[in-house]
Each structure stands twice: as C-alpha cells, then as structure tokens.
Design a protein around this ligand. Structure first.
Ligand code: NFS
Length: 673
C-alpha cells in the first residue's frame, strides 16, 4: 500500500519550495519529495544488514545468529557497508581536489586560458609551510612546485599525506599511534575496496580502523587540497553581499543555473557572462541580460567569492526547473539528481552535463576542457541564451533573502583580531569567559525523508540562543541563509541569539552563523580548530575544545566521510535521522556492535565519536551537554548568560532611551542640571 503523501507544508519549511510543490502537484509532476513518500526505505538495507558484495547473496540478516552465505556476521556486514560509503565520499571529495591540483599545474605552466593565480599570498604561505622555496621566485614557479607536491599526495604509496602536518601535533601523534595516518589519498580508498571484497577483512573494528584512515586522507588531504587551490586560483573568500532562494531567478533575464561542486567551470561561466559581446548576444534575443545563479556547492563556491546568488540547496534543484524560468542548468559533478532531466522535459530547460565523469541520459553533453575554458563557457552560455525564446509561462516564487557569506578561516582571523594582529585570540577568550558557550559546525545535505531545511534551521536557532557560535557549509549553510540567519542584524537580535554571542557579533560585525563555504571547505573548519588549539587556553588538541559537528539532514556518502574525519580529529559528531548501521540490537544483539564501536569505541581511541539521533531536541541537548562537559574539563567557568549582554550596542541603546538628566548623570557620574 502506498504511503500517504505529505502536504507541501509538511515536506518543507521553505515557502518557495512549498509553492513549487503545489505547482508540481497541479501538473502531476513528481519530485524527490513525492518519490520519498511513495517509496519506503528498505528496512534491512537501512539498518546496514544487507550484504551484496558477491553473488552468493544478497544476504539479508533478519534473525539473531544468522550469517551471510560466506559466514559473515552482521557486524562485519555493517562495517563493510559503512566503510564503502565512507570511501565513496572520500573519493568524491579527493577526486575534486585532484582536479584542482591539475588545474593549478596547468595554470603554473601557462597551458590553459582564463585562469590566473589570484591569491599569491596564500600560495606563498602554503608553499613555505612545505619548505618549497619562495624567495625570488615567481608565483608560477612556486605554484608549479606546490601542484606537483599536491598531485603526488594522491598516488603516494608510503609515508604520510603531507597536509596532515597541519593538524595539531598531539593529533598527528595519535594518528601515528593508532595506525590511521594516511599514506596516500588514493591508496587508502583502494584499500577500502580491497578489504571489503569477499573473503578479506572480517573484523569489524579492524575494517573501521581503515575507514578512519581513509577519511583522514579526505579531510586533511583531498578536501584540504581542493580548498587551498580554489582559494589560490579564485581568491580566498571574504564577506560579500549575496542573495538566496528561488526568487533570485529573474523573469526578464536568461537564467543559467550552475549546479554541482567544482568552481572551475562555474567561475568561467560567471566571467564570460560579463563580456559585452555575450551581454549583447543576450539582449538581441529580447532578454535584459544574463542571470547566473547556483545550486548546491557549486553555488557556495561562487557565492563565497563573487556574491553570485544561490537559487537553492539540494532539494531545490528540481524546483528551480519547475519555475519554467531556467534556460540552462549546467551541471558538473556530485549531488545531481537524474530526475532533473525528466522534469526538464516538461519545460524548455536544457540540462547540460560537462564532466567526463558525469553523463545523464537525455541531457546535452558539452565536454568541459580547461585548455579551452573561455570558449566552452561561451558556447554553454550562448546555448542558454538561444533557449530563452523557447520559454513558456514562468512561475518564480517571490522570495529572496539577503546574506553575508565569505567567512574563510583567514577572514575570521582578521574579523576578530583586526588587520595588524589577525588572531583567534578574541574567539578563544570569548569561549574561555563563557561569552561564547561553544562552537557548533552545522553542515551537510537535505534529505527528502526529513522536512526540508527544518532541522538545520531549528537546531541552529536553538543553539544560537544558548550562545553557541555556528559555522556552516554546504546545503546547511544555504538553509540558514534562506532563513535570514546570515546577516549582521541577525547577530544583534536578542530574540535570535544569546546575550554573550550578541556582544561578539556586535564587536566583530559578524552574523551569528558564519558561512564557511562548500563541503570540501569543511577543511577550513579543521584549520580553525587547529588554530584555536595553537592560540592557547583551550587545551592542546581538538578533542578538548567545547565544539562539535552536526549533520542534521545528511544523505550523501560524502557526509559519512566528513563525519568520520571530524570524529578522527577529536570532534563529537551527531548525524540527524537514522544510522546506516542502525541494526536491530533489541532482537539481534550482534547488530549493536558497530553502532557502539563508532561511538564509545572511537571515543576511547580518538576523543571524538559519531552518533545518530532522530529527535532534534535530543540533538540540542546532547550538543549542549557535550559543550558543557568540555568546558568543565578545561576548568572554564560554568556557562552563565546573565553575566553578559551589557556591553556595546546594548548599553548604547539603553543610554539613548534615558531622559536627558539621567544621560548627563550617567556620563559625568553626578547630577548635572
Ligand atoms: Ni555536501 Fe555539497 Fe549538499 Fe550534501 Fe550535496 S551539495 S558537498 S553532499 S547535498 S551538503
């Protein structure tokens, strides 16, 4: 029997998404929301208790004591399923990093058009950190060496992935001791597949140890390399004004939506849409111009650096097409639903695939090649312009939210410390005094099995009121941007944030929720945590900081890899929803081994742990308990919001309201007539 479908209001909290879901229903067009309603998740697979790695199966464990045909126990099966997910996530991030490293190499050698080294200072700082000579050398020479060094990390067979040296020293020692220091980024991913082939590693803890090693190679390797090089080539983000939600689509303009993850093509598309000849070309068709916007992490990449508007997060890719206003949706890699091609058939939208790794049947493929980046970007944009005339009726929701993204770790240092003493000292001090109770990184996807954006925004708002500073990336960041939480004003609104956090937001002129970028940019969060440790006063390793990571609406394997490397770095990580290795411990006790191991077992080894929680209030409580526990362990004062909120703008505003005589008295200390 088909499950009951949710109403649009039950499916999403975003009014633009609700509007488009009602519109879709009227046209009898299905979306991820309705498909999720119509298809119940497989109960055995969703507990991680189905093994299909060989053709003796698939084997499904439904009873206590049962094993696979080969004799694999349920914990082995769960561990294998989990590590395969983690390795796929690590592969996706790291392959993105590899692509960036190739681009840097080609830019350094003058082999490709359109790209330049935009952040020479970051290039030199990073290179110097690896003992690459920088004095008296051109940026191209330095970049060539850095690209070689980074490229070698993927195929390295032995030794240590060099970027892990950027972790706190204690952490590196711990990884060495526990045998999870990655040797080469690719090597660990390949080994995941080897170990999980039939007849290999059959000890759940041993399998999962390698999952940790692989994930560290992602966060402190592939992802970090991706972020470093994106900053070098496209600029290190600093705050810009941006806009978010489906209302950024413009009725009178050619709308080109870029979707996926890599900045390489989208940056070129943004660039060519500013060429006079291309603008003229668009105007000749009767459009006012060209409007580029983004979905998912490609959106985050160009938003962070150029303020290009975000049309929406993961669950809005289909909804953008439903507006009828998207002339071209240009996709690269990752998080692209096959369903967009089917939806596009109801409208004039052309889906253009561009990566040699991603083709979708029914889409137009225009192979992107960096050697001809400008020409190909122009070709893609012109096609979008040509398609404008085929538009039918449009229905663009009238909702746009302003936001201020662009909080790279470099900028956060500057925002807190000023240009001459860029430093995280004020952040550490604020945590130590209790003005900031702790820090939560809220990251990750949307999942149509949850109410779209609800968990991201609800948990964020509740933690803000408890003086928890929030940093975000990925689709979580887009959810909170749409909800107005990424504006300076949000930081001074006492209904939104606690009194201590408000003082910090006022002083730094920052929003209470800091957009730190795309999902590979979670590596920025690792860097900040390392700098917090180095700054002093909050312990000597990441696991001592009153901080944690949350992925409330996760769905992708990349999220599993992110959660695992954050855990390995010492963080408590809470995923929302159900665990992919939930098991049925009440009926099948052995299926509780893996869930317990990734929580308590990993905590003993790494100081971080992974848990899955369905109830948002449980997530909030666990987060605050964790922060308070870490504060107590550091000997910091207990969190007490009544001590704060009297400084800065609050005091000024109260002063403004005083009668004149009292104002004078408060200024001069004695009554003044
Ligand atoms: Ni992250 Fe970014 Fe979004 Fe999830 Fe997909 S876009 S890389 S995986 S869905 S946050």
């Amino acid at each position: 029997m088909a499950k009951k479908r949710r109403t649009p209001q039950e499916a999403t909290i975003d009014p633009t998404a609700q509007e488009m879901l009602i519109f879709a229903e009227g046209l009898d067009i299905g979306t991820a929301f309705t498909r999720a309603d119509d298809m119940a998740a497989c109960p055995i697979g969703s507990d991680g208790m189905c093994c299909k790695i060989c053709s003796m199966g698939p084997c499904r464990i439904t009873k206590d004591g049962q094993t696979g045909v080969c004799g694999a126990t349920v914990d082995t099966i769960q561990a294998r399923n989990l590590i395969r997910g983690i390795s796929a996530g690590a592969a996706a991030h790291s392959d993105h990093g590899r692509g960036m490293a190739f681009t840097l190499k080609e830019v350094a050698n003058g082999e490709i058009e359109g790209y330049v080294i935009r952040d020479v200072a970051k290039l030199r700082t990073l290179a110097a950190g690896y003992d690459i000579p920088i004095e008296g050398r051109s940026p191209s020479e330095v970049a060539d060496d850095l690209a070689d060094l980074y490229l070698s990390q993927f195929g390295q067979q032995s030794g240590v992935v060099i970027t892990t040296k950027r972790a706190p020293e204690q952490r590196q020692k711990l990884w060495e001791k526990t045998g999870v220091m990655p040797r080469g980024i690719d090597r660990e991913i390949v080994e995941c597949l080897h170990r999980t082939h039939i007849g290999d590693d059959q000890d759940a803890e041993h399998i999962l140890q390698h999952a940790v090693r692989t994930a560290v190679g992602d966060g402190w390797g592939g992802s970090m390399i991706a972020t470093d090089i994106s900053d070098i080539l496209f600029g290190t983000p600093a705050p810009v004004l941006g806009n978010a939600n489906l209302g950024v689509l413009k009725e009178d303009y050619v709308n080109i939506v870029v979707h996926g993850h890599e900045p390489t093509l989208s940056e070129m598309i943004v660039s060519v849409t500013q060429y006079p000849e291309i603008i003229e070309y668009a105007k000749a068709t009767g459009a006012e111009g060209i409007n580029v916007s983004g979905i998912c992490c490609t959106a985050n990449e160009i938003l962070m650096r150029q303020g290009i508007p975000v049309a929406g997060n993961f669950l809005q890719q289909e909804l953008a097409i439903l507006t009828g206003a998207v002339d071209s949706m240009v996709v690269d890699v990752q998080c692209i639903m096959q369903a967009i091609v089917g939806i596009a058939k109801h409208f004039h939208t052309e889906i253009v695939t561009t990566s040699d790794k991603v083709k979708i049947k029914g889409a137009t493929h225009i192979q992107f090649d960096e050697h001809h980046a400008i020409d190909i970007a122009k070709q893609i944009v012109r096609r979008g312009v040509d398609n404008y005339k085929n538009r039918g009726e449009v229905q663009i929701p009238d909702a746009v939210q302003q936001m201020v993204p662009g909080f790279s770790h470099e900028y956060i240092n500057y925002a807190l410390g000023g240009s001459f003493r860029a430093s995280l000292r004020p952040l550490n001090d604020a945590i130590m005094s209790g003005r900031i109770r702790g820090v939560a990184a809220i990251v990750g996807c949307n999942n149509p099995r949850d109410q779209h954006d609800y968990l991201h925004t609800y948990i964020t708002k509740e933690l803000l009121q408890q003086d928890v500073l929030i940093v975000e990336t990925g689709c979580s960041a887009i959810a909170c941007a749409k909800d107005g939480l990424m504006l300076g004003e949000a930081g001074i609104d006492l209904d939104q944030v606690g009194p201590g956090l408000r003082e910090i937001c006022e002083t730094g002129g920052i929003p209470p929720v800091l957009h730190m970028g795309s999902c590979v940019d979670n590596s920025r969060i690792l860097t900040i945590l390392t700098q917090v440790v180095a700054e002093g006063g909050l312990g000597d390793d990441i696991d001592q900081i009153p901080a944690l990571g949350l992925a409330p609406e996760w769905m992708s394997e990349k999220a599993l890899s992110i959660g695992t490397y954050c855990m390995a770095s010492g963080a408590y990580v809470i995923f929302g929803g159900s665990s992919p290795v939930e098991g049925k411990p009440d009926r099948i006790p052995e299926s509780g081994i893996v869930p317990k191991f990734i929580s308590e077992g990993w905590e003993k080894l790494y100081g971080g742990k992974i848990e899955f929680m369905a109830d948002p209030d449980d997530i909030i409580k666990a987060s605050l308990d964790h922060i308070d526990k870490k504060r107590a362990a550091l000997g910091l004062p207990e969190y007490d919001p009544t001590r704060f909120g009297q400084s800065g703008d609050a005091r000024m505003l109260a002063f403004e309201e005083l009668p004149l005589a009292e104002k004078r008295e408060s200024l001069y200390g004695v009554p003044v007539a």
